[in-house]
Design a binder for this molecule. Structure first.
Ligand code: EPS
Length: 384
């Protein structure tokens, strides 16, 4: 499977085209929009999220609530575009344009993007580098998650750290409602309160806060990915998708970094005979569901670190790329923190990688064919 997204933050719309989905997958706008809404939420978002009410229009590849096997096109309107029509117009004229950006923001794509593409109005860089693009990736991921749900696979994201505050609550699949009820997607009420105060203070200071999110999936059949080829190893593919997400600077699978400090006997997950004498089970999951680049049937556990958003109201020193004089970085409207939203984006992009790995291993042009193949593989693993 593959997808491509297009669109600028203040352009008319975001567009995504997905190719390679099986036919007969039940798919409605209602399968996508709730995930888009969740991405917009979380304490610490800025005014832009009040303007937008993200919803997907399915423009191709689906009829009567089912995929046909043809490419699926998704469109999400940028409601803010009506305030930017002249600035974003593809037509000639109006140079320099209103809202031209010349004071490169440290930590953003602005300066290097300007050098690379020879832009002096750094808005030509900003508009595509903006994390607004994650809306399109979440829409694509929601379709992948729908495919996974048909196979009995589901996932969740939650926040374990924000701006210096650790959330200590232990994860359990019976605590999903608590995560959804928390506007910081944490399992620790006390930490949540401190995170909220931290965001309020950062906003007053003109600053921003990053954090750490954890993403889990359950129900994965063993053997997705590869131990044979470097570019098919699933841990590598997941890391690439996570690191390819705006503002993500670190990724860990299972207890990856902690494992470096302790002996192997305390790291690896012992294997026992499964219940009823069939199959296999493990009592620990330090591997985070992946051994040698393949799913092993345990829950997938991925952690990711998000840097604080680079647009600061308390500007850092920079250089104006037109006058070449020292300047304060451009003050663009921004979120104070978007860590819970990053969790939703990563849930979506990891969902995509998993759905892609499912299609690679089992193939099938239609969902019924895929289901038969996955069921056969699960039976085989159970009796192996
Ligand atoms: C972003 C800047 C802000 C954020 C935006 C990402 O947008 P604006 O400049 O319109 O205020 O709100 O995020 C989104 C629009 C979104 O949907 O998440 C940036 O520069 O990256």
């Amino acid at each position: 499977m593959r997808f491509l997204t297009a669109g600028e933050s203040h352009g008319p719309q975001l567009t995504a085209i997905i190719e390679g989905l099986p036919s007969q997958l039940p798919l409605l706008k209602a399968d996508i929009d709730p995930m888009l809404r969740k991405r917009q939420g979380g304490y610490g978002r800025g005014r832009r999220m009040v303007i937008e009410t993200d919803e997907a229009q399915i423009m191709s590849g689906v009829r009567a609530g089912r995929t046909t096997g043809a490419p699926v096109t998704l469109v999400i309107e940028n409601k803010d575009h009506r305030n930017w029509t002249e600035i974003m117009s593809p037509e000639e004229g109006g140079e320099p344009r209103k809202k031209a950006l010349t004071e490169a923001r440290p930590g953003h794509a602005d300066l290097t993007g300007g050098i690379k593409y020879r832009h002096k109005d750094l808005r030509d860089v900003l508009e595509r580098a903006s994390a607004r693009e994650t809306t399109a990736r979440v829409a694509v991921g929601a379709v992948a998650l729908k495919l996974l749900s048909e196979l009995g696979i589901d996932g969740v994201s939650y926040v374990t750290h924000l701006g210096g505050v650790d959330a200590l609550g232990a994860f359990g699949w019976d605590r999903l409602d608590e995560i959804e009820a928390s506007d910081l997607r944490t399992l620790d009420k006390n930490a949540e309160q401190r995170m909220r105060s931290g965001i309020d203070q950062a906003k007053k200071d003109g600053d921003t806060l990053g954090g750490i999110v954890e993403i889990r999936f359950r129900g994965l059949p063993p053997g997705l990915g590869s131990y044979v080829h470097w570019d098919r190893k699933l841990d590598g593919r997941i890391a690439a998708a996570v690191m390819g997400t705006q503002a993500i600077k670190g990724v860990e699978i299972g207890t990856g970094f902690e494992n470096a400090r302790v002996p192997g006997s305390k790291v690896h997950d012992a294997v026992y005979v499964g219940e009823g004498g069939h199959g296999y089970r493990r009592e620990t999951n330090g591997a985070g569901g992946l051994e040698a680049g393949m799913t092993n049937g345990e829950d997938l556990i991925v952690r990711a670190a998000m840097k604080p958003i680079a647009t600061l109201m308390k500007s850092l020193p920079t250089v104006d790329v037109v006058s070449h004089q020292p300047a304060d970085a451009a003050k663009e409207r921004s979120d104070t923190s978007a860590v819970p939203a990053a969790g939703i984006v990563l849930h979506a992009v990891i969902g995509w990688v998993l759905a892609d790995a499912v299609m690679e291993r089992f193939g099938g042009d239609s969902l019924p064919e895929l289901l038969e193949r996955v069921q056969a593989a699960r039976n085989y693993a159970q009796h192996y």
